[in-house]
Design a protein around this ligand. Sequence first.
Ligand SMILES: NC(=O)C1=CN([C@@H]2O[C@H](COP(=O)(O)OP(=O)(O)OC[C@H]3O[C@@H](n4cnc5c(N)ncnc54)[C@H](OP(=O)(O)O)[C@@H]3O)[C@@H](O)[C@H]2O)C=CC1
Ligand SMILES: CC(=O)C(=O)O
Ligand SMILES: [Mg+2]
Length: 549
Amino acid sequence: MSVPVRTKRSSASSDSPHGLALLRDPLLNKGTAFTEAERDALGLRGFLPAHVLSMKDQVERVLTNLRSLPTDLEKYIALNSLHDRNEALFFRVVCDNIDEIQPLIYTPTVGLACQRFGLIFQRPRGMFISANDRGRIAELLANWPYPAKLIVVTDGERILGLGDLGAHGMGIPVGKLSLYSACAGIRPEYCLPVMLDVGTNNEDFLNDPYYIGLRQKRLSGVAYDELVDEFITAARGTFPGVLIQFEDFANHSAFRLLHKYRDKINVFNDDIQGTAAVALAGLFSALRVSGGKLADQKVLFLGAGEAATGIADLVVSAMMAEGVSEAEALRRTWLVDSRGLVVKNRAGVTDHKLRYAHDHAPIGDFLTAIETLRPTAIIGVAAAGGAFTPEVLQAMARINDRPIVFALSNPTSKAECSAEEAYRHTGGRALFACGSPYDPVKLDGKTFVPRQGNNSYIFPGVGLGAIASGSRLVTDEMFMAAAHTLAYLVNDADIQQGSLYPALPRIREVSAHIAVAVAEVAYRRGLATTPAPNDLMAFVQSQMYDPHY
Ligand SMILES: NC(=O)C1=CN([C@@H]2O[C@H](COP(=O)(O)OP(=O)(O)OC[C@H]3O[C@@H](n4cnc5c(N)ncnc54)[C@H](OP(=O)(O)O)[C@@H]3O)[C@@H](O)[C@H]2O)C=CC1
Ligand SMILES: CC(=O)C(=O)O
Ligand SMILES: [Mg+2]
């Protein structure tokens, strides 16, 4: 008989729940799969119907139910409630059906779920820490019953490309941490989603009776920074060594916070650094088709925020690793923001864009920038839905034999173009990646299988590697290693069908390899705090949770 066990921060085994309490504990519950012997031993008699199901039967039942639901939001709600009832079953369903389920618990559906979070809210998950909790955040975190090793925290100000969703942004840390467990096997009890509720400037929410967060304008300035600092200090005091991932902060906070903490503690910003690695990997894959070196490319970004400058920085480093000077690499990297081409003589270019502000005449629109600069690659990270118009795509196809077109903004409504548009308007020549998933596209007798240039290929493995090695920092070198590893795992069959990333069902293998690459950097650079194992892959794999009873 397998008696359920789990790690709690402060519990003796005699505390292990029995009876109804056991059925209501999602980390231990097996529902109708409790065996006859377990039903006797664990005080479950009378609480369960007679027929015992296997986990496989339960998975089938969940999928049958799920597929009968009419909308993705209802599927999200159903999966969420399964997550709340039975974590092992939830993760089994996700792991074994990742292509089908990831879009329901992550982008694009999670975007809609955040927009409706107040209405669909059922049971809290993670911790809500508000501006009113100033001075007692350590006390709050001490209430968390599990030994967190990984926190994903947001303040909800830039949720995907949907803007300020305040406390409703909690859907994002929850979704990202689900992917950590499913895609990299980080144990669910190690994962803590945190909403730092500093208010919202979203007027609709402030006037919405169902808005779940603080009904006040956002905290800013010193008060904001002090709250974040108290949270970071308290989190590290309560959960020593915890890895903290910043997610979906607006760029005026994101760059500042990353800069403040990155050289001192193990934090990273997924939108800046994780996105950089996935995009660079996609470029490496594209070059397997179009030929040439990265340093020969000219990359034009639509967007000049976290994702754009994060990607640009890593691309420049990768070009320099191919032997070109920094100045030459920068000459090949251009940004267009909401005011047009980022150029030197424009007033008020913010700090994170300065590196890419070129000595060039202003250009107001993206199409003219393409015609003028003649890029080999365009990367959309502006949340400007539809901005890669037919004219933009046709121009790229005129200039290049194999134009690289990445429409990375999320959710789908914000994508710069669809997969179908990218292939159609380039005569099937685009080397395409998308932020949210698209179905395969049939064009002129050929089937293209676009895959997601989404940081979800990167952060699970990076987190796993950082946790396994106990790395004291998460460095850009680790993201570079992750990008090379991801690109290396793309096989020829992927490339032939237009896929720039490995198939999603390989994600646990991908994450394990990325984790090894990240941990290798940690050991090589003296950042690791766990003893170096003889067999790093075996060590990493031994730490991966595999959901079963
Ligand atoms: N696929 C993936 O893995 C990821 C995708 N993303 C997606 O990328 C998008 C941007 O995210 P992020 O960089 O963090 O956001 P930011 O807010 O940091 O940056 C957005 C940038 O887009 C620019 N912009 C806005 N509207 C336009 C427009 N019409 N034309 C040109 N530029 C415009 C802004 O200009 P200005 O500076 O002038 O305000 C800003 O530079 C989001 O949709 C997000 O979901 C983000 C991270 C990962
Ligand atoms: C994918 C992601 O992190 C984003 O769109 O913000
Ligand atoms: Mg994000």
